[in-house]
Design a protein around this ligand. Structure first.
Ligand SMILES: CCCCCCCCCCCCCCCCCCCCC/C=C/C(=O)SCCNC(=O)CCNC(=O)[C@H](O)C(C)(C)COP(=O)(O)OP(=O)(O)OC[C@H]1O[C@@H](n2cnc3c(N)ncnc32)[C@H](O)[C@@H]1OP(=O)(O)O
Ligand SMILES: Cc1cc2nc3c(=O)[nH]c(=O)nc-3n(C[C@H](O)[C@H](O)[C@H](O)COP(=O)(O)OP(=O)(O)OC[C@H]3O[C@@H](n4cnc5c(N)ncnc54)[C@H](O)[C@@H]3O)c2cc1C
Length: 665
């Protein structure tokens, strides 16, 4: 069978695009030079034959998958080192990075992930200059491979409840690490099982019997030559999971393991030789790596979604099913408006969180600069933003990734579509780095505090400044500005009513803690509403800013998506808006019409918009989403890779089925 170069359906779709795809790619990459650099890295990475899988991962055993992931991680590290890639995690001079390229080599994650994403960043963020000099170089050269070991069997969320101890022994100038119970065993760290030989251990510091809270320690757990666990170290893998099965998440226990005093990372808090503890300027600085990772999750969530929506929209353009009009051929499923409703919001949401992630990264960098000169004023706002945006980006994007999978019907259920794996790694972001409900409650804590201080005349931080506005009813306004104001009213309304409930509960005799718990469903609603107002505001202002520099054709499409995002959210959150604003049934009717018009307007650009994400086939790793659109041919080719198809009759027929058929079992 000779194939055309591109499925005619996709050819037709590409001919209707109204904007310059390359221009949008450059914008999403944060600059043409970033696109060029990313493509150069991809050219190099995807030309390495050792990084290709001969047998799909799904057909390997757990052990083989791990060994394959290690083999590829090593080759990939070498290639990235040769191409000079250090950014992405350590030296981000701009916002684009190579995570997506990196991830695409592993459908289910790399056992080195935590080395790059948390081990090295913790050394850089929590070590003093001498410690950074020593450990960073060793880690960069992969002389040591590490992870971030914080969560324990008994506690993940409640860090103050962690049990692993680091007791200072002044005589030997060492810390003694100990796991006093089963529940104190570290549980979850990526790569910990059989990959890493060092790790950052978050442990309760004790000096002369007195506790000094959680501190980070760098601990060797395996011999650098033999890789055998060191004496007193109990380490292994935690087993199969919903996703990340090649990440080698592990458990770890200590039986009185001694480490030198200087293995406590001492940028913020110090322990002197004679056991004197010097506290950091702010005890929450020890949680700094988590803040950084939460900030980066917003971008990860957006990229998981952009990959899923690229697959689903390309497939929807080549898939024909049912009839729209009886006398016409079966239409592309993308012509069904319900399909557009499922998918176009995925493009807009991905843009919204991508542009927000760039903005949030700038806020984070600015805060780091202030922190370096001892100014911690913005820490509560940064903490609230990192928590809340991590939550809504991860939950929205995961929900939409799953929607993409379902929108592909049965074929979306195939592992070879890569949609199930994308769902798996995406849904993990709702749990790791702070479980989402808990993170919303942290956000609410900051909001309630700001609200109470504000009512006593203290100024609000920039993302809360609208709290100061009087909540006077005004006529509904369906412009972008009007919708943004409406969502800010929802945010104010939910927060003020949560605060009133807290006050009523305490007045009725409940303790502050019980009142908080009783009102917590309202509180997470208020936190989410604030996050929504932030995202709406930042997405719009960033597109207004970029709109000044891009071509009119691109500007118009970018605003179609912003409008779609705004109107979609308005219709989704209609209940809240009816409660807190002047939205009427008539407004809803006209918004529905506007939404339907926007779907129609975006339709000719759907393929152009997903092409602009610029995911090579190797990155998408999907039978359904390839650039050429030959989904059925790829599904069949991949099916033929199943080991069961290597022989016409499986031996189990002779062993079991035939005896059953013959009544001889
Ligand atoms: C050379 C070649 C190089 C090659 C390079 C290759 C490049 C490319 C490769 C890249 C590939 C990598 C891909 C990476 C992808 C990313 C994958 C990431 C993987 C991550 C895996 C997951 C890891 C983890 O999950 S680690 C564990 C995370 N754990 C948590 O998040 C725990 C959650 N719990 C908490 O955070 C806390 O306990 C909390 C906040 C719930 C409560 O804490 P508390 O101590 O009890 O505090 P509380 O009393 O409630 O509040 C006190 C006070 O403090 C404030 N607070 C709390 N936290 C913070 C904070 N972090 N910062 C600031 N302030 C904080 C809180 O608000 C209170 O304030 P007040 O109200 O004022 O008192
Ligand atoms: C794929 C993956 C990778 C991970 N990698 C790492 C790693 O590399 N290093 C590491 O240290 N950890 C890692 N973790 C652990 C992760 O950080 C924790 O699982 C996460 O922080 C949630 O904590 P938990 O498991 O204790 O959940 P729990 O806190 O037990 O949550 C269970 C339920 O209790 C609720 N709950 C808990 N506390 C409260 C509260 N105060 N108020 C209201 N509800 C509450 C939660 O909302 C949730 O519904 C990883 C986890 C996953 C899934």
């Amino acid at each position: 069978m000779t194939l055309k170069k591109v499925n005619p359906d996709l050819e037709k779709e590409r001919s209707t695009c109204t904007f310059n795809i390359e221009e949008l790619t450059n914008l999403l990459d944060t600059g043409a030079h970033c696109t060029a650099e990313r493509r150069a890295v991809e050219d190099k990475v995807f030309s390495v034959k050792e990084l290709k899988d001969e047998i799909p991962d799904e057909f390997l055993s757990h052990k083989e998958r791990y060994e394959n992931a290690i083999r590829k991680s090593v080759f990939l590290h070498k290639v990235l080192q040769e191409t000079g890639v250090k950014r992405g995690v350590y030296n981000r001079s701009d916002k684009s990075d190579f995570r997506t390229t990196y991830y695409s080599i592993f459908k289910d994650g790399s056992p080195f992930m935590l080395q790059y994403s948390m081990f090295v960043p913790t050394i850089l963020g929590q070590g003093d200059s001498e410690q950074v000099e020593l450990w960073y170089k060793r880690a960069l050269n992969m002389e040591i491979i590490g992870t971030y070991a914080q969560t324990e069997l008994g506690h993940g969320t409640f860090i103050r409840g962690l049990e692993t101890e680091a007791v200072y022994d002044e005589k030997t100038e060492e810390f003694i690490l100990n796991s006093p119970s089963l529940s104190s065993y570290k549980w979850w760290p990526g790569g910990l099982g059989h990959t890493t030989n060092y790790c950052i251990v978050m442990a309760q510091l004790k000096i002369k019997g007195k506790p000094y809270g959680m501190q980070p320690f760098i601990v060797q757990i395996r011999d650098e030559e033999t890789h055998m666990p060191l004496p007193g170290v109990k380490v292994g893998e935690i087993g199969a999971k919903l996703a990340f099965n090649t990440v080698n998440n592990g458990f770890l226990g200590f039986e009185h393991v001694r480490i030198p005093r200087r293995h406590m990372l001492m940028r913020f808090s110090q322990v002197s030789k004679d056991g004197k503890f010097t506290s950091s300027a702010n005890p929450k600085l020890a949680y700094g790596t988590m803040v950084m990772v939460r900030v980066t999750i917003v971008n990860s969530a957006a990229t998981y979604l952009s990959r899923a929506v690229t697959i689903a929209i390309r497939y929807s353009a080549v898939r024909h099913q049912s009839k729209l009009k009886q006398n016409e051929p079966e239409p592309q499923i993308l012509d069904y408006v319900t399909q557009q409703h499922k998918l176009f919001i995925g493009i807009a949401t991905s843009h919204a969180y991508m542009f927000c992630s760039y903005w949030l990264w700038d806020v984070y960098v600015m805060y780091q600069k202030e922190q370096n000169v001892g100014n911690f004023d913005r820490l509560p706002e940064l903490h609230a933003l990192a928590c809340c945006l991590k939550v809504i980006s991860s939950s929205d994007c995961t929900g939409l990734v799953e929607k993409c999978r379902m929108s592909c019907g049965g074929h979306g259920f195939m592992m070879s579509s890569n949609l199930p794996q994308l769902y798996g790694i995406s849904t993990a972001t709702c749990t790791y780095e702070g479980e989402n409900t808990v993170m919303l409650l942290q956000t609410a804590r900051a909001l309630v505090k700001a609200w109470e201080l504000g009512s006593r005349g203290r100024p609000f931080s920039p993302t809360m400044s609208y709290f100061a506005e009087k909540n006077v009813p005004s006529k509904w306004d369906s412009s972008l500005e009007g919708i943004l104001n409406a969502f800010q009213k929802v945010s104010i309304g939910k927060l003020s009513s949560s605060v009133s409930s807290l006050q009523e509960y305490t007045k009725s005799g409940l303790s502050a803690e019980d009142a908080w718990n009783k009102a917590s469903v309202q509180l997470i609603g208020a936190a989410e509403a604030w996050g929504r107002a932030v995202v709406l505001s930042i997405y719009k202002s960033e597109i207004e800013r970029y709109g000044q520099t891009v071509s009119p054709a691109l500007k118009s499409v970018l605003f179609d998506l912003v409008e779609l995002y705004y109107v979609h959210l308005t219709l989704e959150k209609m209940g809240d808006l009816l409660l807190y604003t002047q939205l009427s049934e008539k407004d809803v009717v006209s918004l529905r019409k506007k939404y339907e018009d926007l779907l129609e307007k975006i339709r000719p650009n759907a393929i152009g918009l997903v092409d602009a994400f610029d995911y090579r086939d190797e990155v998408l790793n999907s039978t359904l989403g390839s650039y050429d659109g030959f989904a059925y041919e790829r599904l069949m080719t991949e099916a033929m890779k199943s080991p069961l198809n290597a022989e016409p009759v499986n031996q189990s027929f002779h062993k079991y089925i035939k005896p059953l058929m013959k009544g001889k079992l």
